[in-house]
Design a protein around this ligand. Structure first.
Ligand SMILES: NC(=O)c1ccc[n+]([C@@H]2O[C@H](COP(=O)([O-])OP(=O)(O)OC[C@H]3O[C@@H](n4cnc5c(N)ncnc54)[C@H](O)[C@@H]3O)[C@@H](O)[C@H]2O)c1
Ligand SMILES: O=C(O)C[C@H](O)C(=O)O
Ligand SMILES: [Mg+2]
Length: 573
């Protein structure tokens, strides 16, 4: 994103002085403070003489970053930089976005979160712990009072990416992406951890674990705790977007349903993943010149992401191709640990939210099963001849050569999306899927992978079908429109905008989705589409005189450039 100069927006009246301003990452400029500011803020003797430009500082930080050898060490270095100076941190990431996304986000974030307690240096965001539930409102207000907060990213860390229960850690990485890609002002976003304990024995037995060393709280006590939190948000921050991240499969969809008509809530794993996957499939069927309604989908791993994808694709078929929901449902085959989701699995293995997609047993008579009556992925592929195969199972290598080759027998251009993160959990390495289909597969993955080769020997860019390609824009759109709810139609509008920007629409050998290097521009478009839809359907709460949505969006974006500071003892601290 090209930094825009907006001088009037960039003058701040600041009350912090001396060491305090240097210690505050929001205000700190390090050697970037001008001589005048040094005088006004008591910094002349606290800084070496020379004033550096932001460009100089970015070059220095980039060189320092290079001296760290592993991605995890680079991640730690960047984390420290974030604790020191936001403008420098975000400017560095924005400038080297493609290179640094995999360091601050997937796949490295998985290692950073798994090692959170051992790498811990400084607290960040708000920790609401079950043990301190009686003081939740005071703790919440301690951070919220007097601030205008547009965005909360909250996690109870039960299902972090594909690495499971990690106690504390994801919400800050997701918040960073909102700022880098959508321009959400970091001083207006808050990352919250709901610490309800962990069932991860390794963490529980680790004396350095920084979270609450207790088994996860479940049932009514958990629901009451989450509800208390949501009601605080509704009461104190009625216009704030509430983004849920990496909740466990028993809670993700349920909490979304519970609150989505009462507040602007968004579940990234369910809705963000559904949206980016629908965009990838729309792009792929542009290449195969077919319709959504003509696809047969297998979704392997029917958890939060798998079900969110099924719903979003189904709704896409209904809305875009005008097919009745029941007919659209019949295009889906969901598979989980016990094989194909079919009636005889019984209620204990089929969550109520999967009901729309349960297959009738009669369809599967005569199909070989395992000892427990389960139908395997390979058998489902043989019978169904899917055109689209999606992986959200956390089961690495599940899409074997047999499975992929069998699929390729049944359609000319198989659409294969192994989406599990981080990279080591991918259902099939895209290079192998490409090789086993002689370059015919249309591919996208959840984490970044190197390009494969087309049959003609060109590079085939593996699109990154990660919710980060769309959630910043979806969220920004809702914030921009000050929408009190985030509707399916707003999400669909953003998804269609993303799909329309796919490189494969112009060149069938190109990637199915835009590159992450273009994510800021792409998400700007997504946000505009979402806000326009919110205004159209009446869920927006804005009065912008004669400004267009686009102008308003540009005006609202936070940019990593230094503002000018004027000392004012009654100013912002
Ligand atoms: N690309 C993206 O944007 C994106 C977004 C969300 C989630 N994901 C990834 O998808 C994966 C699942 O995430 P989730 O939030 O849905 O987790 P989840 O725990 O809700 O779902 C995982 C599901 O897979 C099933 N499963 C586990 N092992 C299996 C096996 N061997 N065969 C078939 N099914 C199996 C589980 O029973 C569960 O239902 C993770 O790796 C996550 O990183 C990717
Ligand atoms: O965090 C990511 O990389 C995407 C997604 O939300 C996930 O849970 O895997
Ligand atoms: Mg997630």
């Amino acid at each position: 994103m090209a930094p825009l100069s907006n001088a009037s927006k960039n003058v701040f009246r600041v009350a912090a002085r001396g060491e305090v301003i240097l210690d505050n990452p929001r205000w700190n400029k390090g050697t970037g403070f001008t001589h005048q500011e040094r005088k006004d803020f008591g910094l002349t003797g606290r800084l070496p003489h020379r004033v550096n430009t932001l460009d100089d500082q970015v070059s220095r930080a980039y060189d320092q970053l290079q001296s760290h050898e592993t991605p995890l060490r680079k991640n730690s270095f960047l984390q420290s930089l974030k604790e020191q100076n936001w403008v420098l941190y975000y400017s560095l990431i924005q400038r080297y976005l493609r290179e640094l996304m995999p360091i601050v986000y997937t796949p490295t974030e998985a290692d950073a979160i798994a090692n959170y307690s051992h790498l811990f240096r400084r607290s960040e965001g708000l920790y609401l712990t079950f043990d301190d539930r009686d003081t939740m409102e005071e703790d919440f207000l301690e951070q919220v009072k007097g601030r205008s907060i547009d965005l909360i990213v909250v996690s109870d860390a039960e299902a972090i990416l594909g690495i499971g229960d990690q106690g504390v850690g994801i919400s800050t990485a997701k918040s960073v992406i909102y700022t880098v890609i959508a321009g959400i002002d970091p001083s207006k976003s808050l990352a919250i951890t709901l610490d309800v304990g962990t069932n991860n024995e390794e963490l529980l037995n680790d004396r350095l674990y920084v979270g609450w060393p207790h088994k996860r709280v479940r049932g009514q006590a958990y629901d009451d705790f989450v509800d208390k939190f949501v009601q605080l948000v509704r009461k104190h921050l009625p216009h704030c977007l509430l983004h849920f991240e990496d909740f466990g499969v028993t809670n993700a969809q349920r909490l979304l349903e519970l609150y989505r008509d009462k507040h602007a809530v968004f579940n990234d794993d369910v809705q963000g993943t559904g949206a980016v996957t629908l965009a990838a499939v729309m792009s792929a069927i542009g290449v195969t010149k077919s319709k959504l309604a003509e696809q047969r989908f297998i979704i392997y791993g029917a958890g939060s992401a798998g079900l969110g994808i099924a719903h979003q694709l189904r709704d896409g078929i209904v809305e875009l191709d005008g097919v009745p929901a029941a007919q659209a449902n019949s295009q889906f085959y969901l598979i989980d640990k016990f094989g194909l989701i079919k009636n005889s699995l019984g209620d204990d293995k089929i969550r109520p939210s999967l009901r729309d997609f349960v297959r009738a047993d009669a369809e599967w008579e005569g199909v070989p099963t395992d000892g427990n009556g389960g139908v395997s992925l390979l058998e489902v592929v043989k019978k169904v001849r899917p055109t689209v195969l999606i992986g959200t199972s956390t089961h690495p290598g599940a899409f074997t050569e047999d499975v992929i080759k069998e699929m390729a027998k049944g359609c000319d251009r198989p659409i294969i999306l192994p989406l599990s993160n981080p990279s080591r959990l991918v259902e099939v390495d895209p290079a192998l899927a490409n090789e086993w289909t002689a370059g015919k597969a249309l591919l996208a993955t959840g984490s970044p992978f190197p390009p494969a080769k087309t049959p003609g020997g060109k590079d085939y860019i593996i699109a990154e079908c990660n919710n980060a390609l769309i959630y910043p824009g979806l969220g920004f759109g809702a914030i921009l429109a000050r929408s009190r709810i985030l509707t399916d139609t707003m999400i669909l509008a953003g998804t269609q905008r993303l799909a329309s920007l796919s490189p494969a629409l112009k060149d069938p050998d190109a990637a199915l989705l835009p590159d992450f290097g273009d994510a800021p521009e792409v998400n700007f478009e997504v946000a505009v589409a979402v806000a326009e839809q919110a205004i159209k359907e009446g869920s927006a709460d804005v009065d912008w005189d004669d400004k267009t949505v686009r102008e308003k969006a540009r005006e609202m974006q936070w940019l990593p450039i230094y503002g000018e500071y004027v000392y004012d003892k009654d100013g912002e601290a």
